[in-house]
Design a protein around this ligand. Structure first.
Ligand SMILES: Cc1cc2nc3c(=O)[nH]c(=O)nc-3n(C[C@H](O)[C@H](O)[C@H](O)COP(=O)(O)OP(=O)(O)OC[C@H]3O[C@@H](n4cnc5c(N)ncnc54)[C@H](O)[C@@H]3O)c2cc1C
Ligand code: FES
Length: 332
């Protein structure tokens, strides 16, 4: 077995488990970069590696050039040393969401499913009205050919509110890309992308990588939020209140689509992910779930993001955020 094959065959979610004390490349690279925190953009040894390992390149849809990578810690895209001060080059409203675009011309192309830690360069903490201090985690929603990264923001608190109000010409601090993204479909399986709410973000860059044959099913609470579906192509939509698309849950659309040839890629609120996990387990269909938890550092140092798996606790920021559904008893 070649090195690449070994990397591709390595079980997901275990290679850099908490017990390794931060020995994964991402923990090493990201950890030292954020410890300095001062904005150096020098790459660590191999830190900006874009090696694709066992991953497969695929046609792009939205003008970006990305690939879906294999699951080992050795072949994910690693963060360059230090957070980078980057310019906001676009802001547009998409229904209830904001799409913020940041130019990262020299940064490595993220894998679909990877995330970054973002903070506004100005007015980010320091007073009663400016509680943010730690950066916040965001999935990369799309990467354009010039390195521009799109983020889909939902204003749920002070950090997302501050980021969502940034306009062209403002600056952000960005650390990343971080974590482990989606792996290519197994055995030529038919990908079905299932998103809920702001969790649709990483599915856009995944659709760019997989191409138009990937089926896209998205669920939202109402029509205002469903406008976010414009981030992807040819999505089937469900809304809780029936104001757009199918009246009901996105898992009802998934039930109609599931067959033995499918592989499901999902991101959304825990209840949706748990329903997807249970449905796929029932039909013996593999699934990859992009999960969330509170993240203070994003690179394996604080252990604030641990989640249970069948083989023990893992740090979601380095072992995820994408975990194989087969490794989970449930999505708590
Ligand atoms: C890997 C990852 C990718 C993410 N991608 C996106 C994205 O693409 N777009 C987006 O809008 N948001 C995304 N998030 C969530 C985002 O990080 C949080 O909404 C943000 O940190 C909230 O910060 P705040 O200061 O606005 O609100 P806070 O006041 O910090 O939180 C508001 C509410 O949200 C809860 N909350 C905060 N963070 C999380 C979290 N990570 N998981 C579950 N609940 C949380 C809090 O408990 C609180 O109830 C992602 C999170 C992770 C871990
Ligand atoms: S260990 Fe700090 S966010 Fe994961």
């Amino acid at each position: 077995m070649s090195g690449d094959e070994r990397a591709a065959a390595e079980p997901r979610g275990r290679s850099s488990a908490a017990a390794d004390g931060g020995s994964s490349p991402a923990a090493r690279g990201g950890g030292s970069s954020a410890a300095t925190g001062g904005g150096s953009s020098a790459a660590t040894g191999g830190g900006s590696s874009a090696a694709t390992g066992g991953g497969s390149s695929a046609a792009t849809g939205g003008g970006s050039s990305v690939s879906v990578r294999g699951g080992s810690s050795a072949d994910r895209t690693l963060a360059p040393f230090g957070r980078r001060r980057l310019r906001v080059v676009g802001r547009r409203e998409l229904g209830a969401y904001v799409v913020t675009s940041v130019l990262d011309a020299d940064g490595p192309a993220p894998d679909p499913g990877q995330f970054v830690m973002l903070a506004a360069a100005e007015r980010w903490g320091g007073g009663a009205d400016e509680r943010p201090f730690l950066p916040r985690a965001f999935s990369v929603a799309r990467r354009h050919d010039d390195g521009t990264l799109d983020f889909l923001l939902e204003d749920v608190g002070p950090g997302t509110e501050r980021l969502a109000e940034l306009h062209e010409g403002d600056d952000v601090w960005l650390l990343g890309p971080l974590g482990r993204g989606f792996a290519p479909p197994r055995d030529g399986r038919r990908p079905i992308l299932v998103g809920g709410g702001v969790g649709i973000a990483p599915l856009a860059i995944l659709q760019d990588a997989l191409g138009p044959h990937a089926r896209v099913l998205l669920g939202f609470r109402d029509a205002a939020h469903a406008a976010g579906a414009a981030l992807l192509n040819d999505a089937r939509i469900a809304t809780d209140d029936g104001s757009a698309g199918h009246h009901g849950f996105v898992t009802e659309l998934l039930t109609a689509e599931l067959d033995a040839s499918a592989e499901v890629y999902a991101c959304g609120p825990p209840a949706m992910l748990e329903a997807v996990r249970a449905l796929c387990a029932e039909h013996d269909v593999p699934a990859q779930l992009a999960r969330e938890s509170g993240m203070a550092c994003g690179f394996g140092a604080c252990f604030g993001c641990v989640v249970p798996t069948k083989s023990g606790y893992v740090r979601l920021c380095v072992d995820g955020p994408v975990l194989d559904a087969a490794e989970l008893e449930s999505v708590a």
